[in-house]
Design a protein around this ligand. Sequence first.
Ligand SMILES: [Zn+2]
Length: 224
Amino acid sequence: MTTSYIRLLPIDLPTAQTGYIPYRHSRYWRSDIELALADQHQPGIAVFMTQKAYVRANVHAHTDLDNEVGGWLIGNWREDQITGEEYIVIEKCLPAVYARRGSDYLTFTQDSQVAMFEIMEEHFPDKELVGWYHTHPKMSVFLSNYDLFIHNHFFPHPWQVALVIEPHANVGGFFVRDRDGNLDARHYFGFHELAVGLKRSVVHWANMKEEFTGSLAVMENKYE
Ligand SMILES: [Zn+2]
């Protein structure tokens, strides 16, 4: 008897390449929960998202205001050359076409996972699956037990994140593991908005506040 396996995760675990953490080219958006619980749960990595990817995720989130929609976050996982600080840059949002969904659940089917890895191999061979996103229409921003199951099984790397968007109230948040790999299902974080060439912010989530951390500088269109 033969057993066939469907490989959902690459066998060779990727290693972080080095880069320069792009603080200078970004704005930090701090979530209301972070402000309230500043010292409790510290993220193990810094999350950067391009403006294009942010807009794409939010446009997808608004395509269905009754049922959950979602998909994958594609980008790079890096380690700063100087400080060793780990970070991810989310550059693409890939809607999960074959996902089964309802008003309060979203399932990534095996077909959808396989399709996603095929798309990644073909179009983004130098990128990593840095996480996933989904919506919670008319609910709040949190990870359900089912979401935690999905996250721990399909996105087990310490640097993989979950983004939840609530399209009615226009709120969102990132769930990021701490340095010990623990995830808090209620404590969501903001993110660094990569603003290429001094562009105006596109972030409109009502539960985030901009924190001015440094000067924005013009950079080459590396993340466009
Ligand atoms: Zn959920």
